[in-house]
Structures are given as C-alpha cells and as structure tokens.
Design a protein around this ligand. Structure first.
Ligand SMILES: Cc1cc2nc3c(=O)[nH]c(=O)nc-3n(C[C@H](O)[C@H](O)[C@H](O)COP(=O)(O)O)c2cc1C
Ligand SMILES: [Mn+2]
Length: 480
C-alpha cells in the first residue's frame, strides 16, 4: 500500500493526472457543491482540491474516491475485483481434508486479522493541540435546504463499553456551533449500539473521537458494512497489507489514526438528543430532520497545515456511489459463502444501495429466489434492501436492460412477488413510518411446476450456432 495519509493519495492522484487544483476563490456554502455535482455527473470527472475557499487557508478535498479507477487506487489495486479475489481465497469452501493440510491453512485464515492496528507514540494528527474550534475548519453547507453545515466524511470512533471492541463508522455531523455537533448514526449502526449500551449501563458521558482525513483504505473501511464487533481498523489493515498506525487521544481513552488531518475529542451525554437535519442526502432527497445525540468537542488536535477532506452527496452518481460499488464487489464472496447459489449481485447506483438489488442465482429447486431474498434480508445492512429482483444466471445482471427484459417477461405479479414487513433504512421517506416498512422480492427466474406453473415455459430466442458461423464467414463481404 502506497499511502500513509490522504495527502499521499492526493500526490498519487496528481501524478496520474486525476486531480484538479482550483485556485480561484470559491464559497464553501453551496458553490463547492454545484461544482462538485457537475464534475460528478460528467464522464472522467477528477478529484478536486479547492485551494482558495473564501475565508480559509485550509484546502478542501472532494471526489477523491469518485470513479471506479480512483476507488481501486484508494485500496492499492487497479481493480476492486482483486480484493474480492483475495477474500474469496481466504474463505474458500474446499477446505483440505487431512489434519496437516488444515493446520497449514490456518495462517491464511487469520490473514484478515494479520495486521491489527499498531499504537505508536506520536503522529502528525497531533502536531498542534488547541481549544475546540470548528469555525476554523471549512465545513460545507451542501444544499439550499440543509439545516446547517455538515462534516460529511468523519471517521467516528467509539468503544463497546462491555467488550472494549472498537467501532469506526462514517456518520455525518451537523456543526451546531464551534464546539458542538450532531451525531447522525442511524439506529442500526455500530456507534448507535454503543450509545444504547452506554445509556443502559448508566454511563452519562460516552467518549467519542472523530478523525477527519486518514489514509484512503481506512476511510473506505469506515464505510464498509462489517459485522458488529469487528474493528474496522483491522479490516483496514487487511486492505492495506500493513497495520493502521494509531495514537492515543490526548484527553480521552480512545485511539485515532496517527496520520489524520484533524482529531476531535469529546463526549456525548447519553440523555441528550437534539434536532438534526434536514440534509440533502445520497438518495437525492433531503433526509428529514430528526432527534440524534449531540457531540461535545472538548479538545482538538491537527496537523500544522491540515487539508479538509469532505464529500458531497446528492442525486446519484456522486462520490459515495463508487464506495458503495466497491463494497458490492468486496463483499460478494462473503455473500456467496452463505448463499452458494448466488452468481452475481448488482446494486444499481440509481437504487442508492438500499432501494434496489439485482441478484442472479443458479436455481435448482422451487422457491429458491424467495429463499435467497429472505436470507439477504437477514444479512447485515442488506436487511434494508427494499426491492430485490432475482433472475437466472444465464444473463449478465450488470446489464440493466437484460434485467428489465427478464423482469417484464418472466413475472406473473400475483405469484412472483412476495412482500414482507421489517426494518427499513433510516433514510427511506416512502415507508409510512420511520425505520419500519415493507420490502419486496420479485422472482423473475424461470418457473417450475412446483411453483404453480403447469404450462410449458418457452425458451428464449437464440440463433443456431451453425448459422451464426456461416454468417460470420460472409459478414465482412456484405458491405455492412
Ligand atoms: C459519505 C458517507 C456518509 C454516510 N453518512 C451516514 C450517516 O450520516 N449515518 C449513518 O448511519 N450512516 C452513514 N453512512 C453509512 C455508514 O458509514 C455505513 O453504513 C457503515 O457501514 C456503518 O458502519 P457501522 O456498521 O460500523 O456503524 C455514510 C457513508 C458514507 C460513505
Ligand atoms: Mn462497525
């Protein structure tokens, strides 16, 4: 892994011609969004470094992850599929039979935890210590209807008060004033769980540390849907093939990346909630304002010359889409391990990850599509998938028009749709109540007699191979 920090990644992007420095004065309120949005919606849009943000010396980095190529580079590879292959190899189902062979496998299986974070004495993220002053950071107001300015790419670090196991998640933070922010972790997320456990245990002050800027693999790891009780810094170590270096916070008992740009140290009062939002969100809609915990920043450290990494979300495609697509690829081998009939999954970016999933399966028995959907709804953040479309594996589900063709042709709605009630993503505004609502699987596979289909099922149309071959031979002579 080439990068120790976000600035290493910036230098790499620049060497590849993938960074645009913007030296003209730009307003952090709305103007950065309008520019970023246009770049995100254009082919080959670059990473942007705003070097002259009105009223600030600090440059603002945006869109560093905002393409398939840059997202792969962020993880030290040319294609995110390489990471999926590494994970696939770690969890291969064909475990060797003999005892000796099994012992030999062990080092491979622990490779995931092979690079636990390493605590070092000091790091650039603590070069300067100062009183908390969020006004010194060029925090963005993204969209006209936003309830205020928001820190959009923070790594929020908490510990389970029972087990001491760390969680790192990206949860946006509304800056209420120079030392207070919101803490917008949804009810289902790791930080929210730690908050609830702390409250139940009667802990009034829950320590929280926030890192702004880290090496790019660590930032990605904080967005990844890891199972509960897996430290995202261990996963980051696996991605980096090198431990994440941490330093101890100056005033609280938490550790933070040594190479961050800014560190905010503080606490939540477990009895305090405050209105947060609205915020122009990655769904392309404003997420409604709601009550969330309040982060009191009590101490701040930073580099002597910090860069402020942020992101702007909105109607897709935006930067977060490429992080989500990386997750789709990286976690597919783990999904397949639990559901071996799954061939591929496509979370189309227009479906904003929790609204729509295409799944292709190797179907061998009746009801299998519905079983796969139910299993997905039981797996971590896939629980929030509102619409799952299942097709047979003879088409490529990365091709949306093929999926729609199957959807139209192979579905008899009354028989092939199953609607269930359950947890729904906190950002869903269509469900009648927050966090709870309905989800549907649409089975677009070929139906079997046991599924109530007694009629003949026709073949899809294909030309015979010998005719294709004959036409191939004469094709170039026909003047097309
Ligand atoms: C740019 C960006 C912003 C995000 N904002 C939020 C947020 O405000 N609240 C939230 O619960 N999840 C947010 N997420 C998603 C979480 O980071 C993600 O679900 C992660 O897996 C949570 O980790 P956890 O399971 O350890 O809580 C955001 C992700 C990205 C990439
Ligand atoms: Mn987690």
């Amino acid at each position: 892994m080439k990068y120790d920090s976000i600035r290493d990644f910036i230098a790499f992007l620049e060497s590849k011609g993938e960074l645009l420095r913007i030296t003209r004065e730009i307003n952090r309120d709305l103007e950065i969004t309008e520019l970023t949005d246009r770049v995100s919606k254009s082919p080959d849009g670059k990473a942007l470094l705003f070097e002259n943000v009105r009223g600030f010396k600090t440059p603002v980095l945006i869109n560093a992850f905002g393409s398939f190529k840059r997202m792969a580079w962020a993880l030290g590879v040319e294609n995110v599929g390489e990471i999926a292959d590494q994970i696939g190899n770690l969890i291969k189902p064909d475990l060797p039979e003999s005892f000796i062979e099994k012992i030999k496998m062990l080092p491979k299986l622990v490779e995931m935890a092979h690079y636990p974070p390493k605590i070092i004495k000091s790091g650039p993220s603590q070069e300067i210590e100062e009183k908390p002053n969020l006004d010194s950071i060029p925090i963005l107001k993204c969209w006209p209807g936003d309830g205020g300015r928001f820190i959009t790419l923070p790594l929020v670090i908490t510990k389970d008060p029972d087990s001491g196991i760390r969680n790192v998640g990206i949860y946006r933070m509304q800056a209420y004033d120079s030392q207070t922010t919101g803490m917008h972790w949804h009810a289902h997320k790791g930080g929210a769980k730690h908050f609830l456990v702390s409250r139940e245990k009667g802990i009034k002050r829950m320590d929280v540390a926030v890192a702004i800027g880290a090496d790019p693999a660590t930032i990605y790891a904080a967005s990844a849907p890891l199972p509960e009780n897996i430290d995202e810094f261990i996963f980051a170590g696996f991605l980096r093939k090198r431990p994440v270096e941490l330093v101890k916070c100056k005033t609280i008992d938490l550790e933070v990346p040594a190479n961050s740009e800014y560190i905010l140290e503080g606490y939540l009062d477990t009895s305090e909630l405050r209105k947060e939002g609205p915020f122009g969100d990655h769904t392309g809609y404003y997420s409604l304002s709601d009550n969330y915990p309040v982060f009191h920043v009590t101490h701040q450290t930073r580099r002597s010359d910090p860069i402020y990494p942020a992101t702007v979300v909105g109607k897709p495609p935006m930067e977060d889409c490429y992080m989500g697509k990386a997750t789709e690829r990286i976690f597919l081998p783990i999904l397949k391990m639990q559901l071996p009939e799954i061939v591929d999954i496509n979370l189309p970016i227009e479906g904003v990850f929790h609204n729509l999933a295409f799944v292709s399966i190797r179907k061998t028995y009746p009801g299998q599509a519905k079983k796969v959907a139910c299993a997905m709804w039981g797996l971590g953040q896939l629980a929030f998938t509102k619409i799952i479309i299942v097709v047979d594996d003879d088409i490529d589900i990365q091709n949306t028009s093929d999926v729609l063709w199957r959807l139209g042709n192979n579905v008899s709605p009354r028989r092939d749709m199953m609607i269930v009630d359950g947890p729904i993503d906190a950002l869903d505004h269509a469900s009648p109540s927050p966090l709870y609502g309905s989800k549907v699987v649409i089975d677009a596979t070929k139906k079997l007699p046991e599924e109530g289909h007694q009629r003949e099922w026709p073949d899809s149309i294909k030309m015979s191979d010998d005719v294709k071959k004959r036409i191939d031979e004469i094709w170039s002579q026909l003047g097309f």
